[in-house]
Design a protein around this ligand. Structure first.
Ligand SMILES: Cc1ncc(COP(=O)(O)O)c(C=O)c1O
Length: 452
């Protein structure tokens, strides 16, 4: 059995995946003995780092007592306890929880709860969900319909309901006049325009990631953005769903990223960091009013997954909350995250770096052919694939993506390590990125690139 064994359908048939055998702290080890810094925390999951025996022991103990419980007939203590703990920690009156087994399931649930809420209030026409171009909300069809990434949507378009989309907040490449790096909130006002176009009577909810990672490499909207979004949603009886699947549980230096804007959404969808990758876990936190109206009819919700309230996942979630508190991990993330954002600005010494941006331990690096015009590199040069290859060879796993400029061209890199990372480990990671950008520039010059 090898990394290229066809028995297992991997995502990319052209890539030879290192076979991992161990994880410890911020490090991953493969079967050939190579060590990698997990510079994406396993795509935003492993907030506490690898090898956390406390979480594993809590799950094992729960598994020995009660490993499974079907939520249609029974409930369980860990689920009740976890719901109470989250209610204490969530912003505003988001005091009610619905637990599932991952991010996409959480988004599907939020979409359905938004719809059911309006149906209960005899607003039966309200059904559309407004998403944003460059937003990512998951792989399942409802979540994909809200997602604004054409490459992921294209093959499945025939299955997707026609949800409207507005622009994401992306000042570096904003198409609206007058923005020029300083967002003038035209993108937020587009929400109101779209609600008017489609008719508020047709709109159930608006969904957004507080800080976009998949589509805008750590794009952070200005302080007025979400207050304006909240106001527009309130004026049109549209629910605001914050997708915190990647930003939640400390990634941006607060438990939930939306707290940076002092805004309380109607629902928060979470996943990934909730269990730090130790168990499949996601969910929706919802407001008092939503719970009241959803349960008013006295009828059972027409929505369930097999792993709702799974006791072992609940224990993982509780153990993660314990560790976040005991080790002040969110505070640590805020502190070292500030250091990262400042220090990473040094990467702009490379002519190929157009912008370094982000919030706390979410870092995005946009690469450009020409800094003045922001012209992207030719897509066939594969710049955003090349740098992660180079860093991996030097012991750092980061990710890259293309399409930032026009869905085909436009390259960026993403670094979002476990929240337990130290300043020294951040220095080590940035040094590797710095070295690899140097190597990239050498290769680009050989291709005829002239730095400006
Ligand atoms: C913002 C956001 N929403 C939704 C999802 C989907 O979550 P999952 O892959 O756990 O289904 C992701 C996953 O990367 C995400 O980053």
């Amino acid at each position: 059995m090898t990394a290229t064994d066809p028995a297992l359908l991997h995502r990319d048939p052209h890539y030879t995946y290192p076979v991992l055998v161990k994880g410890e702290g911020i490090y991953l080890y493969d079967e050939a003995g190579n060590r990698y810094i997990d510079g994406t925390a396993g795509a935003g999951n492993v907030t506490l780092g690898h090898g956390r025996h406390e979480v594993v022991e809590a799950m094992a103990a729960q598994g020995r007592e009660l490993a499974y419980c079907f939520s249609t007939f029974f409930t369980n203590q860990p689920a009740l306890e976890y719901a109470h703990r989250l209610a204490e920690l969530a912003p505003g009156d988001l005091n009610h929880a619905y637990f599932v087994s991952g991010g996409s399931e959480g988004v599907e649930t939020a979409i359905k709860l938004a719809r059911l809420y309006h149906v209960q209030r005899v607003q039966a026409q309200k059904h559309q969900i407004i998403g944003r171009w460059r937003g990512y909300h998951g792989a399942t069809l409802g979540a994909l319909a809200a997602t604004g990434m054409p490459g992921l949507r294209a093959p499945f378009e025939p299955y997707l309901p026609a949800f409207p989309h507005i622009a994401s907040c992306y000042p570096y490449r904003c198409a609206f006049a007058g923005c020029e790096d300083r967002c003038n909130l035209t993108c937020a006002r587009q929400l109101e325009e779209t609600i008017r176009e489609v008719g508020a009577d047709n709109i159930a909810a608006f969904i957004a990631e507080p800080v976009v990672m998949a589509g805008v490499a750590a794009g952070v909207p200005p302080p007025d953005y979400y207050p304006l979004i909240r106001q527009i949603c309130d004026e049109h009886d549209v629910l605001f769903i914050a997708d915190e699947i990647i930003t939640g549980f400390g990634r941006t230096g607060k438990l939930f990223a939306i707290e940076h804007w002092d805004v309380v959404p109607d629902m928060i969808v979470f996943g990934k960091g909730a269990s730090s990758g130790y168990a499949p876990l996601g969910g929706v936190l919802l407001s008092e009013q939503m719970r009241r109206d959803l349960t008013r009819s006295g009828q059972a919700l027409p929505h369930v997954f097999t792993y709702v309230n799974n006791p072992v996942s609940m224990r993982a979630g509780l153990a993660v909350l314990d560790l976040l508190e005991e080790e002040s991990i969110v505070e640590h993330a805020a502190q070292v995250g500030g250091y990262l954002q400042e220090k990473a600005q040094g990467l702009t010494r490379h002519a190929c770096v157009g912008q370094v941006r982000g919030k706390s331990l979410m870092l995005g690096i946009e690469l450009v052919q020409d800094r003045r015009s922001r012209k992207p590199f030719p897509p066939e040069w594969g710049v955003s694939r090349r740098v992660p290859q180079l860093t991996l060879e030097r012991g750092l796993a980061i990710s890259g993506a293309s399409g930032g400029a026009d869905w085909v061209a436009g390259d960026d890199l993403r670094f979002y390590p476990p929240l337990i990372i130290t300043k020294e480990q951040l220095d080590e990671s940035l040094a590797i990125i710095d070295e690899c950008l140097e190597l990239l520039e050498e290769e680009l010059r050989q291709k005829g690139w002239v730095p400006t």
